[in-house]
Ligand binder design. Structure first.
Ligand code: GDP
Ligand code: MN
Length: 381
């Protein structure tokens, strides 16, 4: 789950990380009022679940409260990476002497949380990694001990030669580790971590991604979810207990089981197609779930063909067939559908489908090839 900068900054503050104060505005008037209470130059920052807001025009420096209002107005009109801005953070502007990067992520390769720090901050860490990898220090954390003080110091001195700044950074890194651990994050990032002209070390930006599996035992973190800032299809899928991830292709996939869903996507690619999504309707399906799944998939304008791939174990294929019939009765499909099902109650399922004008396939290769052919207009498979 993504959270906003202002929410991540609240978590940072609770862990003691020095973060400038700030308040969220939902109207330009609000932004002006908040800027006035600070009585200094402010930065107006779009609150959307995307990085690179600065480059997209979503971070602006305002000299006066009236400027803050004008800039908020401009930012509210922006689309950043397809996301509409409905909230801005108004925060006193810092005078920056230098920008650094500090982050911690869960790293699959080392199976640990790994810190990454770089004195080259303010820009994407991916860019630093590609062009000047020697400017990044990576430090895997042993989960038995957590981040040890000497490790934090080593990173502090990698970031800054000035001992005072290095010590301040080391302290912030230990606090960042606490923020990461205590909120069940898979990523916590400060970019930029700045030294101000007044010699303070501050976190000017905050990004956190929370591991979805941590939410159940952390209701206070789960409450930070902002559905208005999320992909509408992913929200609908979550509410229907479906696992859905939007992708860029045009073959809409409805599959039961994550393993079969991945195998299906592999096969779609193998036959020259591109999946439009990952969608797992789960082990035990009911017709209602299938109705939701079809509704979510058909909402995507890129989808040119729909592929059902159901292996009936616990899942009853007749439930799936009933779901397909119910969903298409409600909303007739405007794109072709290919249905492959096999397993529990498959004879009944095939009968239900045929009575309603559908054909069902048994062979997975055949079904995938057909769906790819239909989606590409015969250009592939
Ligand atoms: P991002 O582009 O989404 O990562 O948003 P950031 O919060 O990192 O802001 C982008 C850039 O705006 C930073 O790298 C800074 O250069 C600049 N910026 C942000 N806050 C301040 C501030 O308080 N003062 C000054 N002078 N620049 C700022
Ligand atoms: Mn940033």
């Amino acid at each position: 789950m993504n959270i906003h900068e202002y929410q991540a900054k609240d978590i940072f503050r609770r862990c003691g990380i020095p973060v400038p104060p700030g308040e969220v505005a939902t109207t330009p008037e609000d932004a002006e009022r908040i800027a006035r209470t600070f009585g200094t130059r402010v930065v107006v920052k779009a609150q959307v679940h995307a990085g690179g807001r600065g480059k997209a025009g979503g971070v602006m420096l305002a000299n006066t409260p009236a400027d803050a209002r004008t800039m908020a107005q401009q930012i509210f009109g922006l689309q950043i990476k397809g996301l509409t801005v409905t909230k801005v953070l108004v925060t006193p502007a810092a005078d920056i002497a230098s920008e650094a990067y500090a982050g911690v992520i869960v790293d699959r390769a080392s199976k640990r949380a790994v810190f990454m720090v770089s004195p080259a901050g303010g820009i994407d860490i991916e860019e630093v990694a590609a062009t000047m990898p020697e400017k990044i220090l990576r430090l895997p954390v042993d989960p038995r001990y957590g981040l040890l003080p000497f490790e934090a110091s080593r990173m502090g001195f990698f970031l800054y030669t000035d001992a005072k700044h290095a010590r301040a950074a080391a302290k912030i890194l230990r606090q960042l580790w606490q923020a990461f651990l205590s909120s069940g994050a898979s990523l916590a990032e400060i970019n930029p971590l700045v030294v101000t002209t007044g010699d303070d070390v501050l976190a000017l930006d905050a990004k956190m991604v929370i591991d979805d599996n941590e939410l159940e035992r952390r209701p206070e973190i789960a409450a930070l979810r902002d559905e208005s800032a999320e992909n509408a299809s992913e929200v609908a899928a979550r509410k229907a207990s479906l696992t859905f991830i939007k992708l860029d292709g045009n073959v809409g996939c409805v599959v039961n089981g994550a393993g079969l869903a991945m195998a299906t996507m592999d096969l779609v690619k193998y036959y020259g197609g591109e999946p439009a999504n990952f969608l797992d309707i789960g082990g035990s399906s009911n017709p209602e779930k299938v109705v939701h799944a079809l509704r979510i998939i058909t909402r995507d304008r890129n989808v040119k063909a729909i592929l059902f791939n159901i292996f009936g174990g616990i899942t009853r294929t007749d439930d799936v067939a009933n779901g397909i019939v119910a969903a298409t009765r409600e909303h007739p499909l405007s794109v072709p559908i290919v249905i492959r099902l096999t397993g529990t109650n498959e004879e009944i399922a095939v009968q239900i489908l045929q009575q309603n004008g559908f054909t069902a396939l048994i062979d997975m290769d055949e079904a995938v090839q057909k769906a790819v052919r239909l989606a590409t207009g015969g250009k592939a498979a």
